[in-house]
Structure formats: structure tokens, C-alpha cells
Design a protein around this ligand. Structure first.
Ligand code: SF4
Length: 409
């Protein structure tokens, strides 16, 4: 798995008009420098939002991708078992969590993930929760009946492009192993099956041809987020600011693709990858006035090309913290989104451990909200990222026109 946020987490439903205005006004005030982060947090928290929970159910994977941020030994001392996970899930559903995402490393290795696929399916039949899974796709054929019965709201399969680009990152044979499962999952889920790409030096220049290759597998939905280098991942994959600028500039090429069917491409721009965020705000795709807000409080801008391809940007230029999305590690640490990319520091960054609260999500979450780590995340953002965003925002306001015409939902 890659990235800290499931790419297809939006339920496609937008916030009501008053809440949208409140969210936009808080953000423009923050980016304009009229308010500081603590005031933004106060105003943003007052807006009712849907909450999601991502669960890291194991530390095993059958691939060894060069960019994998979970590529580290000894993620856990004592892993949560199926009964403990189901207690967490059930209590989180009662707490009001509306989206549950299974992740791993690879959630379909071992026995815990497959059991939770069944449990989430049962819960989904009884409640209106949404469910998702992030997988490398190579093991889906072993669990087809379970997955069919679970009726996932969506599944993200991570791939890096056509077989050449994919295997250069994920290892020889990874594309061939995933391909029949992608085709099966597309038939099962249609547009609810997402291919998720990690943009990096080796695949970013062929992004349009990757979309075309996925389309030829029957895929209708693709998500992309940027590679975030870590001390133990491959530094040669890092993107330069110039490459990111060229990437956004070159997205018009998506409109020239020959497609057999309509496709939707969503690009994630958030504070975990500040360089990508800045490059997006400097591009002429960025226009705050044309954005919409979904029920998670995330901003979206959408554009449609004549060839049937819709291009969406998910714009989240503030630290997510745990307000709309949080994560529980395989040994029970409740973590902010910002800390999920550093598994070696989970023990230090933990907001609390659900074991200490009898695996009850609600009491764990209430305790986590008081942890000073959340203030530290906001303070780091205010010092290191926000000044760049404010500069990019000022520059965007001084551009007299935006040549893009956004679509609205
Ligand atoms: S498939 Fe995902 S979890 Fe497995 S090695 Fe690759 S990036 Fe890591």
C-alpha cells in the first residue's frame, strides 16, 4: 500500500451549502493569513464531518516495492487478533465512523484480513457504513467469494503503470500476477474499483500512457498520489519541483487519449507531499472558487475532457490529524494521518493504544484528542508548510484568469 489516505475515500456526496461556505471561508482565511492554525482548527472542527478509520491488519506482503513506506522489519510486538479488531470495528461504528478501510502491508496475506473482510461485509448488511480495501491485487483470486459477499464500497489496487513501469517498482511478474484479478475486480465493482498509482521519477512522465493501459484492462477509476521519500526507501524515485510542475502542466494530454469507455482520474494533493501541493497551487488547475467540499471536509475540483475522461483533484492543504480520518496500527496504536507514514516511529507518535481502553474506539479516540502530539503536528505544519502555501495562494490570486472550466457534481 502507498500513501496515507485511501485515494477513493470520497463518497461523492457534497456538504450542504452552509457548511461548504463555512469550510471554504475557514480555509481562505487560513491561506490568506487572516487566521492561524488554531483558529482554523476550531472553525473546521465545528463543521460536522464523516469520519473514516484505516486499519493496518498485518505487516506482511508478498511484494517488495522500492517505494514502500511499510518496508521495515518489526512493525509490531503483539498484533491485534480478529476478536480484538472486531470489537474495535463495532465500537467505531457505534461511535459514528462511517468508512472502514482494510490495509496492510497487504491485507490479504495471513488470516486476520480475510476474516475482517467477512466481518465488514456482515456489518455492512446491517448498517449504512461504507467499506474499502487497499491491496496490491495479486491475491484477490484466493478470496473471490469473500470479496463478492462483502460488497465493498470500493477497492484500491496499487499499480505503477503498464507492465514495464509496474514491474520496475514492484518486481518482475507483479503486473502479470495482478492483471487477471484487476479484470475480475473491475467486472465486479465497475467504477468502484480504483487503480492507485504512486507518482515517482520512473513513472510520472508516462502517466497518460499508464491511464491508457489501465483503461485497456477495463478499469474506469484511477487515483494517484506522490511518492514520499523516507530514509529506507529508494531515494532515486524522488520527484523534483520541476518534474511536478511539468506533470501538472502536461495533464492536458489526458484529453488526447483514445479510451474505450469513460474514465475518472483523481489526483491527491495534500500536506503529506508539500511539494506536490505547491506545484498544484501554482498550476492553472487550481481555483478555489470552483471547488466543492465532500462530507469528509475534503475539497475537490473536477474537469472533464471531450474523450470522456474526468480529472479530479482532492485538495487537502491542512494537517488531517484525526478529525476526519485516523489509523490504527496492527499492534493497536491510534495514529494521526500525518504519522502513519513513519512506522518506525509509531511507538513514539502513538496518541494512545486501544488495548488500554478495552479495544473501545470511542474512549480511545476521546483520549487521543487530548494528546499533545496533535498540537505538535499543527505547529510543524504552521512553521514548515503553511508559509509556502500562503505564498502560492497569493500568487494564484494575482493571476487574472483561470483557463480551466471546472465541472460541478
Ligand atoms: S504492495 Fe504495498 S505493502 Fe506490499 S511492498 Fe508494495 S507498497 Fe509495500
Amino acid at each position: 500500500m502507498n500513501g496515507a489516505l485511501s485515494i477513493s475515500g470520497s463518497n461523492g456526496v457534497r456538504l450542504g451549502r452552509d457548511h461548504t461556505q463555512a469550510a471554504m471561508s475557514a480555509l481562505t482565511d487560513l491561506l490568506s493569513g487572516r487566521i492561524e492554525m488554531s483558529q482554523f482548527r476550531e472553525r473546521h472542527e465545528a463543521i460536522p464531518k464523516k469520519q473514516s478509520l484505516t486499519m493496518l491488519v498485518n505487516d506482511k506482503c508478498n511484494l517488495s516495492c522500492r517505494h514502500c513506506y511499510l518496508q521495515t522489519d518489526g512493525l509490531s510486538r503483539t498484533q491485534l487478533n480478529v476478536g480484538e479488531w472486531t470489537t474495535i470495528i463495532d465500537s467505531a461504528a457505534e461511535h459514528g465512523v462511517s468508512l472502514f478501510v482494510l490495509a496492510g502491508k497487504e491485507p490479504l496475506t495471513g488470516s486476520v484480513g480475510p476474516c475482517l473482510v467477512e466481518h465488514l461485509g456482515d456489518l455492512r448488511r446491517q448498517t449504512d457504513i461504507r467499506t474499502g480495501m487497499i491491496t496490491n491485487g495479486t491475491l484477490l483470486d484466493r478470496h473471490q467469494t469473500r470479496i463478492e459477499n462483502a460488497n465493498f464500497s470500493y477497492i484500491d489496487i496499487s499499480m505503477e503503470g503498464d507492465h514495464v513501469d509496474n514491474d520496475a517498482i514492484r518486481g518482475e511478474g507483479a503486473f502479470a500476477a495482478a492483471r487477471p484479478n484487476v479484470e475480475w475486480a473491475t467486472r465486479l465493482l465497475d467504477e468502484r474499483l480504483f487503480i492507485t498509482m504512486t507518482l515517482q521519477k520512473e513513472n510520472i512522465v508516462r502517466f497518460p500512457s499508464a491511464i491508457e493501459a489501465f483503461g485497456q484492462l477495463g478499469v474506469k477509476s484511477v487515483g494517484a498520489s506522490s511518492y514520499i521519500p523516507l530514509p529506507y526507501t529508494d531515494p532515486a524515485l524522488a520527484l523534483s519541483q520541476g518534474q511536478l510542475q511539468s506533470f501538472f502542466h502536461g495533464l492536458d494530454a489526458l484529453g488526447q487519449l483514445t479510451l474505450d469507455h469513460d474514465m475518472c482520474v483523481q489526483i491527491d494533493v495534500g500536506t503529506l507531499a508539500p511539494d506536490t501541493l505547491v506545484a498544484f497551487m501554482e498550476s492553472d488547475w487550481f481555483d478555489m472558487d470552483s471547488m466543492e467540499v465532500d462530507l469528509s471536509g475534503f475539497l475537490y475540483a473536477g474537469y472533464r475532457f471531450c474523450n470522456g475522461l474526468s480529472l479530479h483533484f482532492r485538495f487537502v492543504p491542512w494537517p488531517l490529524s484525526i478529525s476526519s480520518s485516523c489509523r490504527i496500527s496492527l499492534d493497536g496504536h491510534l495514529l494521526a494521518v500525518e504519522d502513519s507514514l513513519q512506522p518506525r516511529l509509531y511507538g513514539r507518535h502513538t496518541l494512545c493504544n486501544v488495548r488500554d481502553f478495552d479495544f473501545d474506539f470511542s474512549t480511545s479516540y476521546q483520549h487521543a484528542l487530548t494528546n499533545l502530539r496533535l498540537r505538535a503536528i499543527d505547529a510543524t505544519y504552521e512553521k514548515e508548510v503553511l508559509p509556502r502555501l500562503r505564498k502560492a495562494y497569493r500568487a494564484s490570486n494575482s493571476r487574472s484568469t483561470h483557463r480551466r472550466q471546472a465541472i460541478t457534481a
